[in-house]
Design a binder for this molecule. Structure first.
Ligand code: NAP
Length: 299
């Protein structure tokens, strides 16, 4: 890797805490080599918001082409950008930043990544469908915006904390002429909501930690449903495992991760770089996950 770094090499990276487990560095660096983009992508662990402000200030004066933002800074990054794309404003979170002449332009590519992955992996189109979206944080906000743009008929936010779901619904409703947005509290009649949906999405971290239950039990699912988990480890995730046991079609979040990486490539490197990166990114992510399992680290 170091042999190809020159005096002109640009920088990209991922800001978050923690970031050691992020697959983005292996995915992006593999894609940069494949499309001959003279850039290196590095992990940028940032412990708190004071450091975040310092790091973002440094990025403005360094040759960064852009950077990704992950938990816990996607919301606070909104206020640190000079310009924020409408979609990211609606989602209430920024996960991708483009650096242009010292200015920071914020985007949110998570929701588009989810919708693109569902289309590519199982041919799903949200138009006219009913969706149960579990969670109401940044990733759920981005997914909700993309489902509205994709003309879903109805999206029901199923969340642990009613107020957070209501706040998200209130923010998006004025932009959602063709999509009804409702709120249900997880555990309060959520079983009927989940059962009624064509697509069930998990946008919570539930399932990532050892011993986590599935956010939705198998009894709430139907065999003719599509179930999408935003998380992708362990393999299978608890939700994917229960969905398959109920006979539903289930996909995990790896395709979404790759698709949002492809969109970042389009923003930073030009549109033609995106499609050319997809397979390379997917292969690099799968190889990294397999290597972790082989080393006994889990995925
Ligand atoms: P976030 O902003 O922190 O939101 C988390 C949401 O999950 C909130 O609605 C929260 O509910 C809910 N939640 C948290 N713990 C819960 C629990 N134990 N039981 C029930 N609900 C719980 O996080 P985010 O950025 O939206 O990310 C959500 C997940 O999506 C993360 O696991 C992230 O890794 C994943 N993700 C994946 C991709 C991908 O490319 N595959 C992209 C983005 C995000 P309250 O409102 O009640 O707090």
């Amino acid at each position: 890797m170091s042999a190809r770094i020159t005096g002109r090499t640009r920088l990209a990276g991922i800001i978050g805490w923690p970031v050691e487990q992020s697959l983005s560095p292996v995915m992006h660096n593999a894609a940069y080599q494949a499309v001959k983009f003279d850039c290196v992508y590095v992990p940028l662990p940032v412990a708190d918001e004071t450091d975040l402000i310092r790091v973002v200030g440094a990025i403005r004066v360094l040759p960064f082409v852009g950077f990704n933002v992950t938990m816990p800074y996607k919301q606070v990054m909104l206020d640190l950008c000079d310009e924020v794309a409408m979609l990211a404003q609606m989602a209430g979170a920024v996960n991708t930043v483009h650096c242009v002449d010292g200015r920071l332009i914020g985007y949110n590519t998570d929701g588009r990544g989810l919708v693109d992955a569902l289309a590519a992996e199982i041919g799903f189109n949200p138009a006219g469908t009913t969706v149960a979206l579990v969670g109401s944080g940044g990733a759920a906000g981005s997914a909700l915006v993309s489902l509205v743009l994709g003309k879903a008929n109805r999206v029901i936010l199923v969340n642990r904390t009613r107020e957070n779901a209501e706040a998200l619904a209130d923010r998006i409703r004025p932009h959602a002429r063709e999509t009804a947005i409702d709120v249900v509290v997880l555990d309060e009649g959520a079983d009927e909501t989940i059962r009624s949906a064509d697509l069930v999405i998990n946008a919570t971290p539930l399932g990532m930690r050892v011993g986590d239950p599935s956010p939705v039990p198998a009894e709430w699912l139907r065999s003719d449903q599509i179930v999408a988990d935003m998380i992708y480890r362990p393999e299978p995730t608890p939700l994917v495992a229960v969905a398959r046991s109920a006979g539903a079609t289930a996909v995990d979040g790896l395709g979404m991760l790759v698709a949002q990486g492809v969109t970042a490539m389009e923003i930073w490197c030009g549109e033609s770089c995106g499609p050319a990166s997809r397979d390379v990114m997917r292969r690099a992510a799968e190889e990294a996950l397999a290597a972790r399992v082989e080393r006994g680290e889990g995925a």
